[in-house]
Design a binder for this molecule. Structure first.
Ligand code: PRX
Length: 634
């Protein structure tokens, strides 16, 4: 009844049915795509206003069983994971049988370390197969994984460990990225100085370098693995048991730990990977995302493994050792599906066509994720990378939605460059008027993108802060899920994402908040005030620019800039460093003390005269002085 549509007309019919009776749709797919130890009777309960959604209540299942065992039992020699290390020439293939063994052994190790069902295990690992093993071992024993992106600093890692009250962490001695070494264990040690609750740190020997060691807390993974047998029975979990936490930036300073639950998340991952990418078991699927972000969770780990396909994981960067690295990997492994963020595509497009000589004959689907893809990059992706043979899917989703919510289905939905096209089955997006809060009907409407009804893979809470969850997503436009994005719906019902309407920014595909960066700058004792705004950037999509007023005047602004960038690196991570810092004597403030960021943005856009209504400004003359600073610095 809800088969994968093959044409737009078919899609429209199936979609209409799926939203007339979403519970029927989701329940059927949950039974078809997942393996259950115990069936459910209640499909869904709860609503947005009460923030109490739960799906498939009585159902019991295990995520790692669904991702590994059911495939290994049929064909243990089927390749589950292909990995490419940072240095070319270091590749590994892991079969479903081997994955079952490695995940089982790690399950025993974690149990032996004292990890219990429901405990949060922090994973701070590079994009290597052991990251998948770690994620799946947590889910096998019913622990909750919390992967922290390796670009985060010791301070950010510490905050995430503390917020989750985690007692366990898994890391490597070191990692490699773009030819550089990252001292992972040193970073972890620094973070753990302020995490007294952490009793166990499991370390994968990866580069083999000597690392600082705390014998009462640290264990080598390889030494422990040899102690345990190759099969660990999966824990039977409730559909609504937490599967993972993933911290993400919101419009206020502190990152929030979004909690996803087992069955709903798995269903979202499986169904969208199947319908959107048209992924078959025989395919080889390469998601270039990082396991530290939601794309890595849903579409590098869970989606392809739930479908019994082969997932490719790459440790490095698109430009190391050359700009043809992605294309070489695709060609060498006969990749059928490639999924990347526009920020990487922009860099590769700019590097020039001479790097794209690999024939990549098997490519069938090319995905884009994380930010709007400009039409010229879309066309380049289609013509130069896909040679006009592969479908482009510009997929829209968020950490909060768990899986794609507005997206083409490869091969059946005609695409328009720059649009993420139509709602996924069972999802009912709406455009809301930002002032009145009313739903805007029909075509050619622009406003706030929201979702009308609950769906299984939505995050259930912000860890230990349900009030914040309600306040951020459901209380703004009562009765709707607020995405934080602006969007336009055209005459064909296609959606065009306009970008965030809150203080969240997307720098090189990394989600950050301006408030988070301001908080980092304010940690420096010399900073009196800081305002961070976003500006468009050809390469990184958006970039962050900081306006800083200092407590006392500073003679060497060059050194001060370096100090502040170092501060950001320490507080958040290198990827958050602002593109420019301007030292100003004051910031434009209203009488109530609010910084008028709109004026600061306009100055960056080149505006010199018309700043809109500035009558509430306490210090209107400051605008001219800021313009001078920016022009001097340009
Ligand atoms: O602004 C939207 C943008 O990325 C945000 C979600 O970021 P995050 O939770 O880190 O997840 C990124 C990967 C899913 C959204 O609120 N975004 C995501 N996909 C698209 C997009 N913007 C435009 N087009 C997309 N396809």
């Amino acid at each position: 009844m809800y088969d994968v549509p093959t044409t737009l007309e078919e899609y429209r019919i199936i979609y209409a049915k799926s939203i007339q009776d979403p519970e029927h749709f989701w329940a059927g797919k949950a039974r078809e795509l997942l393996h259950w130890y115990q069936d459910f009777q209640t499909i869904h309960t709860g609503n947005f206003s009460d923030g109490d959604n739960a799906w498939f209540l009585e159902g019991r299942l295990n995520a790692s069983y669904n991702c590994i065992d059911r495939h290994a039992l049929r064909d243990r020699h089927k390749i589950a994971i292909i990995s490419e290390a940072d240095e070319p020439g270091n590749e590994r293939s892991i079969t479903y049988g081997e994955l079952l063994r490695d995940v089982s052994r790690l399950s025993y190790i974690l149990k032996d370390m004292g990890v219990k069902k429901g405990d949060v295990v922090v994973i701070y690992l590079p994009n290597i197969p052991e990251a998948l093993v770690a994620i799946l071992a947590c889910s096998r024993i019913g622990a909750v994984h919390s992967v922290v992106f390796m670009g985060f600093s010791a301070a950010s890692l510490r905050d995430r460990i503390l917020d989750a009250r985690s007692k366990f962490i898994i890391t490597t001695d070191e990692a490699r990225r773009g030819g550089k070494t990252i001292a992972t264990k040193v970073i972890v040690n620094e973070a753990l100085l302020q995490c007294p609750l952490v009793s166990g740190c499991l370390v994968l020997r990866y580069t083999g370098s000597d690392v600082p060691w705390s014998p009462s807390r640290d264990l080598w993974w390889h030494e422990e693995a040899g102690k345990w047998p190759a099969y660990f029975p999966p824990e039977s979990m409730s559909a609504e048991d937490p599967l993972f936490l993933l911290y993400t930036s919101g419009s206020t300073g502190k990152p929030k730990g979004l909690m996803h639950t087992t069955a709903g998340f798995l269903l979202g991952a499986a169904i969208t990977t199947k319908y959107v990418f048209d992924l078959q078991e025989s395919d080889r699927y390469f998601c270039a995302g990082d396991i530290g972000w939601i794309t890595g969770h849903t579409y590098l780990v869970y989606g392809p493994l739930l479908l019994g396909s082969t997932t490719v994981i790459f440790e490095g960067t698109p430009s190391y050792p050359t700009f043809s690295r992605f294309w070489d990997i695709i060609d060498k492994h006969g990749i059928t599906h490639f999924y990347a963020a526009p920020t990487a595509l922009r860099i590769l497009k700019r590097a020039g066509p001479s790097h794209i000589t690999a024939p990549m004959k098997k490519l069938r689907v090319l995905g884009s994720i994380g930010e709007p893809i400009a039409p010229e990059v879309w066309k380049w992706y289609y013509e130069t990378v896909g040679r006009g043979r592969a479908y482009i899917v510009d997929t829209y989703f968020q950490t909060e939605t768990g899986c794609h919510v507005v997206t083409p289905l490869a091969g059946s939905i005609p695409t328009k460059p720059g649009s993420c096209t139509v709602p996924f089955l069972g999802i009912e997006p709406v455009i809301i008027d930002s002032i009145s809060g009313a739903e805007l009907q029909g075509s050619n409407v622009e406003g706030i993108l929201a979702i009308k009804h609950p769906w299984p893979s939505m995050a259930r809470t912000v860890w230990r802060d349900h009030d914040r969850y309600m306040g951020t997503y459901f209380n703004i436009y009562g009765g709707y899920y607020f995405t934080g994005d602006g969007a336009y719906r055209d005459e064909d019902g296609y959606y065009w994402i306009r970008g965030r309407v809150d203080d969240v920014v997307n720098v090189s595909g990394h989600r950050l908040s301006t408030a988070e960066l301001e908080a980092a700058l304010l940690e420096n004792a010399h900073v009196a005030e800081a305002a961070v705004v976003e500006m468009n950037d050809e390469l990184t999509g958006q970039a962050l620019v900081a306006y800083v007023s200092l407590k006392e005047s500073c003679t060497d602004t060059g050194i001060m800039k370096k100090t502040l960038i170092e501060q950001v690196r320490k507080s958040i991570g290198s990827f958050a460093a602002p593109k420019a810092i301007y030292f100003v004597s004051d910031l434009p403030k209203t009488r109530s003390g609010k910084i008028m960021r709109r004026v600061l943005r306009k100055i960056l856009d080149g505006e010199r005269e018309s700043f809109g209504d500035t009558s509430t400004l306490l210090n209107p003359s400051i605008i001219q002085s800021i313009i001078e600073v920016v022009e001097e610095g340009a």
